[in-house]
Write a protein that binds this ligand. Sequence first.
Ligand SMILES: CC(C)(COP(=O)(O)OP(=O)(O)OC[C@H]1O[C@@H](n2cnc3c(N)ncnc32)[C@H](O)[C@@H]1OP(=O)(O)O)[C@@H](O)C(=O)NCCC(=O)NCCS
Length: 145
Amino acid sequence: MKIRPWTFEDLTTIAAMEKDCFPQAPWSVQMLADSFLSGRFVGVLTEEEGVITAYGGMSVLLDEAEIELIATAEEYRRCGRGQKILSALLDEAKKRGVEKVFLEVRVSNAPAQRLYLRNGFIGQYARSRYYPDGEDAIVMKKTIG
Ligand SMILES: CC(C)(COP(=O)(O)OP(=O)(O)OC[C@H]1O[C@@H](n2cnc3c(N)ncnc32)[C@H](O)[C@@H]1OP(=O)(O)O)[C@@H](O)C(=O)NCCC(=O)NCCS
């Protein structure tokens, strides 16, 4: 398994994976491109025999980062790829001098919450009806440095 940064050419594949992993609110190629080209974006993915199996992305501004995307293709889940992606993002955040990392997660998304909790993220507060379908988000934060 190879872990590597995103390239512009990956965006269409990642957009297709977004539709599978987040059917209610996937990021489009345009949204991905806007973040990717912002100059503040860090994207990493796992690739196996030419197939992208998991990906993650984060925006960094000064000493804060926000993890905006993280997903593993359904058939590859629960084998450590999500953890690898998250660790790579956190390592890069640390290298860039980030002190606080934030993310939002659906209240119903127990798998993702477990991943974040075991990586030292702590729930801060809820954002009421944050998602387009009306579900609340939990904002989580990890302090690094
Ligand atoms: C959340 C997600 C990225 C995890 O990816 P993954 O490759 O399956 O994660 P890993 O195999 O590295 O699992 C790492 C840890 O996360 C937790 N976890 C992952 N899937 C879980 C599940 N189905 N149930 C409970 N805990 C789970 C566990 O603590 C797990 O460690 P363990 O297997 O030693 O118990 C994946 O489930 C996913 O893509 N979900 C859909 C998209 C999504 O919700 N993204 C997060 C948006 S905030």
